[in-house]
Design a protein around this ligand. Structure first.
Ligand code: NDP
Length: 791
């Protein structure tokens, strides 16, 4: 072809990447891999194998072991044995191993990239320039966290053995996101890669050997979902970290309920890509290419829902179609290819099936007229416009190169559309008006917001979702917290069951009959069911009858919290003032509460005084913190800033402990509302009457209606209703083991964040254990807002 012809067509030639080294590596292993347990590859003659293939041409690459229950057991045992001494190494010693791993991956980076593209089908440009550099960055960054643990996380320690399950879309990167923080923190791991894409994890196992990583610190178990399930349910695993589909995430939540295992879930998404009429349109189009055609759209945070302002929609779609016409679909190992192969035929069929449904529902289909490969599993870049919010394709995660498009007129409409999904993973906002973009960012329910950029990731910035996108963060200090537990936790003792006081004095000694009601929406409310329960004093006197709440009462209370959204949006200074005022009013009525505590608990006057004064101090403590949980500006390797902003969970259900009836109630209420949450409080049976007395204090302290609601009744029955409620975004439970289990299990449906005590009691007077950052972190979620700058 002449130079002139090349300039005329501007066609790219073929630029194949050399695959020899990757195949040499496969051949060195006879294209057959055993499990990596306790620092060695096992050779099990009885093992069953499955094939892993190149999705671009169907060629078989290797045979992988199907993990058995025995394999999982051996790996968990190895991890357990290794954990203690690994955690006891100094931060510096662990850092050296992580550094060594980072360097070794760097030295073999091309081999990793080629192997990843062969196994997964992603373009070599992406595995070489995005996945592998991010993997390396992750190990470097976490070498730093290992080093700084003693400095920055001195009150925390490793959880133990982490079971980690990852998907096929970013095999090595997801592995790095899981393993690096876990081992930096002193945990040991058993990781199960996805069935389709195990090869780079197995190459990584060799890197661990080369780095001299102590045996058992990293174990890789290959296999399918059954192997994953064995890992989830293994009794000696202390933490499960899962990335994958929402359906499996939900199942894992149910299976781990009540086991005491810590859990983080990174699940699906249907993230909005919002383009305002003042956006730099050409940049937004390129952003969109990255948002939905990166990794063939098989990205949990893909910008798969385009929301474009109506005034520019036609022009934008036109430009987008022209750009799509230039996308190159083909051999992933060709360096000039934009879109590679779909991971497997089943995934390709799923994508095609969803697109068909979209068209049947009335969407306008556009696929560019471009050359498609004749073999392998490929799918063309696709645009579905004229889509309605109720359409299947607007709500379901397609997990392929398919963009759905809708229009909006006003910023408020854009927010409403962006949030009209069960997911809450990411959002991309395009506007040259930084005021508008920064105003939108907090309003969108998502763990990550990208302003004038998209699909940005870095080890220093947390990543994770809200709603059905899961809970927990990976990356940054939040990601470290996911692999740590407070040191005091191991000292907590099981709650001793308290016998309720018996009614001994049948006649009432109260001069006037007392019937405290619920406190809902700033008003006293009668129980819907019309049932009451008696409150008996320590001396056996009948003190009062209080309402026995039911499902309807909880629903009313939750509805009241939804109306109190102003509390979340008000300034932290205002919230602090209100908390100080509650403290002031409690101090004014201290004597009354001292008497209540004495009669309800039988405690001495001194003990009761201590509890009231500690409660006043705790209110001061959280008033002080209301405007001091500042978040951070992360240093990431881009020209720009990442603002890590703690946000209130939103609507919370709080089930209070039996111990320290006033202090327990106040500690949980104050921590949560200081951060801007609105709460439905379920006091314990012992504290119910006192909590109802407390609403008189709330009423006189300028607490807006609906911010704190109190419903009394059977604690676990009401906890179940709260956990089942879809509007409740997070739930804290302090009670018995059965209650902890039911809360975690019931929360699986809505995938709400939970914090339960697993039947352990804590000393509510001990500031180290019962106040502080742990409470504030549980009351908030960090949103990372990426804001690049420069012309
Ligand atoms: P899954 O959630 O099924 O798989 C993720 C990981 O979990 C894999 O390692 C898988 O093993 C394992 N697994 C499967 N079942 C269980 C189980 N019962 N217990 C424990 N582990 C289990 O996702 P898929 O790979 O099947 O993809 C299905 C859909 O999920 C996609 O179409 C996409 O919509 C979504 N998805 C979302 C991702 C995200 O990051 N948000 C990532 C991947 C998929 P194995 O591979 O052997 O099945």
């Amino acid at each position: 072809m002449s130079i002139m012809k090349i300039f005329e067509t501007m066609d790219y030639g073929v630029a194949p990447e050399n695959t020899d080294e990757a195949f040499n590596w496969l051949n060195d292993h006879n294209k057959k891999f055993g499990q990596f347990i306790n620092g060695e590859f096992l050779k099990d003659k009885k093992a069953k194998y499955f094939d892993t293939c190149n999705p671009a041409n169907g060629e078989k690459l290797a045979q992988i072991t199907q993990g058995s229950k025995k394999d999982v057991d051996m790996a968990v045992t190895a991890a357990n044995i290794a954990q203690d001494s690994w955690a006891k190494l100094s931060g510096f010693q662990r850092a050296k191993y992580l550094y060594s791993i980072a360097r070794l991956i760097q030295k073999h980076s091309r081999l990793f990239a080629v192997l990843e593209s062969l196994d997964n089908g992603k373009p070599i440009r992406e595995s070489r320039d995005v996945d592998i550099p991010l993997v390396i960055r992750h190990f470097y960054h976490h070498a730093g966290w290992a080093q700084l643990m003693e400095d920055k996380l001195e009150d925390y320690e490793a959880i133990g053995v982490a079971g980690q399950i990852i998907p096929w879309n970013f095999p090595l990167l997801m592995m790095a996101w899981k393993i690096a923080p876990a081992i930096a923190a002193g945990n040991t791991v058993v990781l199960k890669p996805a069935e389709y894409t195990s090869l780079t994890a197995l190459l990584f196992a060799e890197i661990c050997q080369q780095a001299g990583l102590p045996k058992g610190v990293v174990n890789i178990i290959t296999g399918d979902g059954k192997t994953g399930s064995e890992l989830v349910n293994h009794k000696d695993v202390d933490k499960i970290a899962f990335t994958g589909s929402t359906a499996v995430g939900r199942m894992i939540r149910e299976q781990t309920a009540g086991s005491g295992k810590k859990l983080t879930l990174e699940l699906g998404g249907k993230s909005a890509f919002i383009v305002f009429d003042d956006a730099d349109i050409d940049s937004a189009i390129e952003g969109l290419v990255d948002a939905i055609w990166f990794n063939q759209g098989q990205v949990c945070c893909a910008g798969s829902r385009l929301l474009v302002q109506e005034s520019i929609a036609d022009r934008f779609h036109e430009k987008l179609k022209a750009r799509m016409q230039k996308l190159r679909v083909g051999d992933p190992l060709d360096k000039s290819v934009d879109i590679g192969a779909i991971v497997d035929e089943s995934q390709q069929k799923q994508i095609a099936g969803l697109v068909k449904i979209g068209v049947e529902e009335g969407a306008d289909l556009f696929q560019p007229d471009i050359k498609m490969p004749q073999c392998g599993y490929f799918y063309p870049p696709t645009l579905l416009s004229e889509v309605d919010t109720a359409h299947h394709v607007a709500q379901e995660e397609i997990f392929g190169p398919v963009l759905v498009s809708m229009t909006f007129r006003t910023p408020n409409e854009a927010v409403a559309l962006a949030n009209n999904t069960r997911y809450g993973l990411a959002c991309s906002i395009w506007s040259e008006n930084i005021n508008l973009a920064m105003d939108m960012a907090p309003k969108v329910v998502a763990g990550v917001v990208w302003i004038n950029c998209t699909n940005q990731f870095d080890a220093a910035a947390g990543f994770g979702g809200k709603k059905e996108s899961g809970f927990g963060r990976e990356g940054g200090i939040e990601g470290m917290h996911a692999y740590l537990k407070p040191k005091y936790e191991k000292k907590l003792k099981a709650i001793k069951a308290q016998k309720p006081f018996e009614l001994k004095i049948k006649h009432s000694t109260a001069t006037v009959d007392r019937t405290p009601k619920f406190y809902i929406g700033g008003k006293q409310a009668r129980p819907d069911g019309g049932y009451s329960q008696s409150v008996i004093s320590a001396k056996g006197e009948l003190l009062a009858h209080i309402g026995k709440g039911n499902r309807k009462d909880i629903r009313n209370a939750v509805e009241a919290t939804t109306k109190a959204i102003g509390w979340t949006n008000t300034t932290a200074h205002n919230r602090a003032q209100v908390l100080y005022f509650i403290a002031e009013n409690l101090a004014l009525r201290a004597d009354e509460f001292i008497t209540h505590i004495q009669s309800l608990t039988g405690n001495s006057k001194k003990q009761a005084e201590n509890e009231v004064y500690a409660s006043i101090e705790r209110l001061f403590y959280y008033a002080a913190y209301a405007d001091k949980l500042d978040g951070a500006v992360h240093t990431v390797p881009v020209r720009g800033v990442v603002l890590a902003m703690p946000e209130a969970n939103g609507i919370m259900g709080i089930v209070c402990p039996d111990e320290s009836p006033l202090l327990g109630f106040v500690s949980l209420m104050a921590a949560s509302i200081a951060m801007g949450n609105r709460v439905v409080m379920i006091p314990s049976q012992t504290s119910a009457l006192m909590a109802l007395e407390f609403y008189q204090i709330l009423e006189t302290s300028d607490v807006p209606a609906g911010v704190v609601n109190i419903v009394t009744g059977d604690k676990n029955e009401l906890a179940q209703v709260l956990a089942d409620h879809y509007e409740v975004e997070s739930i804290w439970y302090f009670g018995d083991q059965a209650g902890s289990t039911l809360v975690e299990k019931a929360s699986a449906a809505s995938l709400k964040r939970t914090w339960v005590n697993n039947g352990k009691s804590r000393d509510w007077f001990d500031n180290k254990v019962s106040q502080g950052l742990e409470f504030l972190n549980q009351a908030t979620d960090v949103k990372n807002i990426w804001t690049p700058y420069g012309e």
